[in-house]
Design a protein around this ligand. Structure first.
Ligand SMILES: Cc1ncc(COP(=O)(O)O)c(C=O)c1O
Length: 488
């Protein structure tokens, strides 16, 4: 256990606590603490002294409070946390996050964030080069949902710059096309941007969850026939549940034919850019107008670390600038093109780019490539196990990204006719196993139904690059699901 300073400012004692928590994460499996200590909201509210008013007597009491909050928090850096599309934290990213928190800087002008502005620009340029663009622009955003919003905003500004001044009044509805398996952030964005949910056309997907180009073409034709204006296609590289990669070349052809903006939500699968082996799943990405990517997912950059890039230089600024004279004075004594904050929809913005920049400096292209390859390899091993183990049934023949989707069929349901009633009973298995794992604190794996594909509740085990996982960890997780579910 790391020594905890018993005097000095609270932040220093908290840093020692951080050290202790990090050390605990690398303990041998037998000595690991549960991944969480579940309490119901009412129980937890009893445990924590939540009410505010009087100050606590001293720093030791505050430290005690921090310990208590940490002990009730989910240990997302433990390999057993497989609940969403993120997991452990890269140590260099963490160092970057600590430094930026400590410097408490706003990433809007060169004046207040000189080094961070240059670091952000360097990462964005490197990413654009990886995509294959010689030119363009970009910005770090407050999460992938927000990065997708940048895509929709740019799409409209590119076609109708006058909307920025006049609004949407009196126009034909503009239509956003996205697959039925795409992330829900597109729906939310459609509301915020004034398109409306009804003007998001959900394009059907194939059996693997990939957008069907023929269905996209049909949806565009339908929108035109209804006197609506096709505007933008959101293609997904790495869908949230099935991990599907939409076929970009075919989609780009359709966009080209109809003059549509192509935004690619590569928030999850975009990390394949870093791997020579896996880059082909992103074929056609260079034809996109804009791309969103979340290094806080597969790469293990600390949350949040999301970026948006476009191949259209200058557009981001023209689209979003409001030219606040108190912040973005044009008569400053340095090159004000480095005051990049006016490209953003935010005023104050956290320094997220630096975390990734530092990670990249530490690992290099080759180190990050190894991380991506290891992630896909762990998912591949898991998929093989799921295909072989009694009681495990894959949802897809093979995973496309690092999502492994499967049903667990308990012995009581094996070898029976698979009637509607059987599927109904199977749909109750994943929620019950999930409850058991959370109460035991032994594992956290997500589950969901996909009603549009008539798929009842199934597990989605997602792999991320940090912590690195091998057969032992995968076997532990599948064994645990088996042990929690076998008596159902
Ligand atoms: C494909 C995809 N796009 C976008 C997002 C949204 O990212 P964020 O959670 O950073 O808003 C997610 C989240 O899981 C996602 O899976």
């Amino acid at each position: 256990m790391a020594a905890e300073p018993d005097a000095g400012p609270l932040y220093r004692r908290v840093l020692a606590l951080v050290d202790e928590l990090r050390l605990a994460e690398s303990a041998p499996p037998a000595e690991r603490r549960p991944v969480l200590q579940f309490q119901s909201p009412a129980q937890l509210a009893q445990q924590l002294p939540l009410t505010l008013g009087e100050p606590l007597p001293d720093e030791s009491a505050l430290l005690q409070l921090c310990r208590q909050v940490a002990s009730y928090s989910v240990r997302t850096s433990d390999f057993r946390f497989r609940n969403q599309l993120y997991g452990g934290v890269d140590q260099y990213g963490l160092a970057g996050a600590l430094l930026t928190e400590c410097l408490n800087t706003n990433q809007h002008t060169f004046e207040v964030a000189p080094a961070f502005i240059l670091c952000e620009a360097a990462v964005l340029e490197h990413v654009r080069q990886l995509i294959g663009w010689q030119d363009g622009d970009g910005i770090f955003a407050a999460g992938g949902s927000m990065a997708n919003q940048y895509g929709l905003a740019l799409a409209r500004y590119h076609r109708h710059p006058e909307v920025k001044a006049r609004g949407l009044f009196g126009r034909r509805p503009m239509v956003v096309f996205t697959s039925e398996d795409a992330h829900y952030s597109i729906l939310k964005a459609a509301h915020w941007h004034g398109y409306g949910h009804d003007n998001v056309l959900a394009v059907p997907t194939d059996e693997c969850g990939r957008m069907r180009p023929d269905a996209l073409e049909a949806a565009v034709t339908r929108a035109l026939a209804e006197d609506r204006e096709p505007l933008v296609v959101n293609a997904t590289c790495g869908t949230t549940v099935l991990g599907a990669f939409d076929p970009l070349p075919e989609i780009a052809d359709i966009c080209h034919r109809h003059g549509l903006w192509l935004h690619v939500d590569a928030c999850w699968g975009g990390s394949a850019l870093l791997s020579r082996r896996w880059r082909p799943v992103l074929a056609g990405l260079e034809r996109a107008d804009s791309v969103a990517w979340n290094p806080h997912k597969m790469l293990g950059a600390p949350l949040q670390c999301s970026l948006f890039v476009t191949r259209h230089a200058g557009l981001l600024h023209r689209c979003n600038a409001a030219a606040a004279t108190y912040l973005f004075q044009q008569d400053k004594f340095y090159d004000v093109s480095f005051d990049t904050g006016d490209k953003s929809v935010q005023c104050g913005r956290k320094v997220d780019g630096f975390k990734l920049w530092l990670m990249w400096k530490a690992h290099g292209d080759a180190g990050l490539e190894r991380r991506v390859d290891a992630t896909f390899a762990a998912a591949g091993y898991c998929a093989d196990q799921v295909a072989q183990r009694p009681g495990f049934r894959p949802v897809l023949a093979s995973p496309q990204c690092a999502n492994v989707c499967f049903w667990y069929v308990p012995p009581s349901l094996r070898g029976q006719e698979e009637t509607a009633a059987w599927w109904e009973r199977l749909s109750q298995v994943a929620p019950r196993v999930k409850e058991a794992m959370v109460r035991r604190g032994s594992l956290m794996v997500g589950y969901q139904p996909l009603p549009h594909k008539q798929l009842v509740n199934f597990f989605r085990l997602v792999f991320t690059g940090v912590p690195e996982m091998g057969p032992a960890e995968v076997d532990y997780m599948l064994d645990e699901i088996d042990s929690l579910g076998r008596d159902l």
